[in-house]
Each structure stands twice: as C-alpha cells, then as structure tokens.
Design a protein around this ligand. Structure first.
Ligand SMILES: Cc1cc2nc3c(=O)[nH]c(=O)nc-3n(C[C@H](O)[C@H](O)[C@H](O)COP(=O)(O)OP(=O)(O)OC[C@H]3O[C@@H](n4cnc5c(N)ncnc54)[C@H](O)[C@@H]3O)c2cc1C
Length: 370
C-alpha cells in the first residue's frame, strides 16, 4: 500500500526534508505531500534586508514551491490529530491522513509577549511582517526614532541594517540583557564599535513591559519615545503540536529523540525551529538554519532507509558551531563556539566576515533546494 508522507511547513527544514526525500524515494511506492501557508519558499534570514532597504530587482527572497516533485497543498495547518494520524488544513473539507508526518512549522514573532505590541509593533519574522515594516519606514521622516527590542542575532542584524540603510533615522536597540551576551570579549567590542559608528543607541538592562503608539515602557520605569518599534524579543512556535497529543516542551516545540522522531509518536518527525532536539556539541538545538538544514537532511535519509526496509541509521549529529551575525552589508561578526555554546576567544569581523555571511545565507537557500 502506498506510504503517505506529509511534511508540514516549507521553510529551510521542511523543504530540505521534502525535496531530499522525494529524490531518495523516487520509484518507491510513496506519496509525498508538502503543506505550507503560501505557495512560495521565503528566504527568511534576509527579511531584515527586505524591511530596511528592499531587495534589488532580480534578487527575490521568494521561490515558487510548485514543481518540487511533491504534491503541494497551500493552506494553514489548523490541527494535528496524532492519534488518528490526520491533519486539518483550514478551508479543506477533508483531512490529510498520513503514515509518516514531518512537523516543520518553524517559528514566528511573539506578538503577544507584552501588551500593545500586536497593535503598535512590527516584526521581521515573516514576509508579511517585514513588508509592513518596510511600508512604515518609507513613511518616516528623517530624525524619527525607531526602537529595536531584543539584542539577539535578529535584533542586532535589524538595528545595524536599518542604521546603515537609513542614516537619517535614529535607531535605538533596547535589551533586557547586554549587547553581545554569550559572545567573546572581542566580538562584543566589535559590536559596540560598529553600533557607535552607525549611531545606534544601545539601552541595556531595560525590559520592555508595554508598547504604546508612540513609545515603550520598561520594567525599570523608563519611557522611550519612538515612532516605530521592531520586536526581536523572541520567537514563539506555531501551536498545532502543543494542542495535540504530541509531547511538546514548555515553548510548544515538539520533543524529539536522537533520530528526530517524536518521543510520544515515533511516526512523527520534528525538524527546525518547531522541534527541540539535543545537539552533539551540548544543549538543545538553537532556532537557526544551522540546525534546520541538517535536521531536514537527516529525516529524508532516515525515511529513505526505513521505507526501503533497512534499519534506522545512527542518531542525528546536529552541531552548534557558532554564530554569524551581519552588521549591515559590508560588516559582520563570526563567532565560533566550543562545546556547550561557549565562545572561543578569536573572532572574525569586518569584510571577511561579511563575505562568509553572504555565502552562508546563499548556501542555506540552495541547500534547502529552494
Ligand atoms: C530576520 C531573520 C534573520 C535570521 N538570520 C539567521 C541567520 O543569519 N542564521 C541562522 O541560522 N538563522 C537565522 N534566522 C533564523 C532562521 O530563519 C530560522 O531558524 C529558520 O528559518 C528555521 O527554519 P524552519 O524550516 O524551522 O522554519 P521557517 O523557515 O520559519 O519555515 C516554516 C514554514 O512553515 C510555514 N508555516 C508556519 N506555520 C504554518 C501553519 N500553521 N500552516 C502552514 N504553514 C505554516 C511558514 O510559512 C514557513 O514556510 C533568522 C531569522 C530571521 C527572522
């Protein structure tokens, strides 16, 4: 009987899994269905560029998913019934039943993190959000203050790109911790120097508790006036897994074993931002392409082995090797980690780091098969 594999989400992880599995299982009695909110793959790691300055013609961040060797269903995944092995897609009368499910719904901006954010804030976690921010920035006159909340890699990339693209704006980075926390002293120094040069104000140890139409309020009692606010204060994962019988962690991520299978339902694999797996370098997978791509690749290979009657291979070896953070177009910082996410002392910065970053970003979309 035909084995039906359903892949939910066509981001870096899901698309990698779907396209590779389609290739590896060619000629087998297998049907592959890919379900995604839109009919295009989005090069998500470049959305801050889209928001800050637009993308030059001929360099689109979007790739059509049709023709990828799988059946494409465009729609919103509403529910996963793990007991019945069925997925409900909004607007479709029939449920999609599966023999194997690959859960790869990624992550989104947590717009309910503080009051007022959903009404007054912007985010770059998806193409629609980045497009809205772009339109808002186009309206802003010189001198307007843009606050970027969150100094993780996304917040840092947004602030730097914005300050470089729009030097007429006043960009303020607000963080409840420290700029460059978790990076080596050399990387932190480079970040501070870069932000000073770009004129980005850095407000550390300020936890934003509310967003208003024209400013933010912090737990420390400060009020920062701003004309636009960009939230990079953390991602949440889509809710279908958490609302199902599948075992999830406190953030709603699917909990998977060393072979990336759900610990509660082994016919379900979890990959990318919406799954939590152990890395071989210590700790859990970080929300990153660095984890999403090998997770997707592993699942495709494991599926091909097991559906051809072979035993599952050795467990996945997902590594957290480091961070590569863009600071505008001609500058970046590459920070390698030793085990457990501890930074090594030496860092690469400036143009050589930007060159690497550029290639890594391009390679990520290519490796996903986009
Ligand atoms: C601005 C920005 C810069 C970044 N820079 C880097 C970087 O430099 N390096 C790095 O490693 N990582 C970076 N990241 C993080 C990286 O983008 C994610 O870790 C990566 O996209 C995860 O891949 P994924 O396949 O798990 O999820 P995604 O790429 O988010 O894909 C998930 C897919 O599922 C779809 N989907 C979600 N919910 C539903 C639903 N209910 N129904 C149907 N479809 C749904 C989405 O539309 C999407 O197509 C960045 C993120 C952002 C926002």
């Amino acid at each position: 009987m035909t084995h039906h594999i359903v892949v939910l989400g066509a981001g870096y992880a899901g698309l990698t899994a779907a396209r590779r599995a389609a290739r590896l299982l060619r000629g087998s009695d297998v049907r592959l269905t890919l379900v995604n909110r839109s009919e295009r793959f989005v090069e998500r790691v470049r959305l801050h560029q889209l928001a800050a300055r637009g993308i030059p013609p001929g360099q689109s961040l979007f790739r059509a998913l049709a023709g990828s060797g799988v059946d494409l269903v465009v729609g919103e995944v509403a529910e996963v019934d793990a007991e019945a092995r069925a997925v409900t897609v909004a607007g479709r009368a029939d449920r999609l039943t599966y023999d194997t499910l690959v859960y790869a719904l990624g992550s989104a901006a947590d717009l309910d993190a503080v009051p007022g954010l959903r009404e007054h804030g912007f985010a770059v976690a998806d193409a629609e959000g980045a497009g809205r921010l772009r339109a808002r920035l186009d309206e802003l006159p010189g001198g307007a203050v843009v606050a970027v909340v969150g100094a993780g890699p996304t917040g840092v990339e947004v602030a730097a790109e914005l300050a470089e693209a729009r030097p007429d704006l006043s960009v303020e980075l607000v963080t409840r911790s420290e700029l460059g926390g978790g990076l080596s002293p050399g990387a932190r120094r480079h970040l501070r120097r870069t932000f000073a040069r770009l004129g980005v104000g850095v407000r550390e140890h300020q936890r934003v508790t509310a967003v208003e139409r024209d400013g933010v309020v912090t737990a420390e009692g400060a009020r920062l006036a701003c004309t636009a606010l960009v939230w990079a204060g953390g991602f949440r994962v889509p809710s279908p897994a958490a609302r199902s019988a599948l075992r999830t962690d406190e953030r709603g991520r699917l909990v998977v074993d060393g072979r990336l299978r759900s610990v509660s339902h082994p016919e379900v694999y979890g990959v990318g931002d919406s799954a939590s797996a152990a890395t071989v370098t210590g700790g859990e997978t970080r929300m990153s392409c660095q984890a999403a791509l090998p997770m997707g690749r592993y699942v495709a290979v494991d599926l091909a082995r097991t559906l051809r009657g072979r035993r599952s291979g050795r467990p996945a070896r997902i590594r957290d090797l480091g961070l590569d953070v863009a600071l505008g177009r001609r500058n970046a910082v590459v920070q390698l980690f030793r085990g457990g996410g501890r930074p090594v002392g030496a860092v690469l910065t400036g143009r050589p780091a930007a060159w690497i970053k550029h290639r890594v970003v391009r390679a990520a979309a290519w490796l996903a098969g986009a």
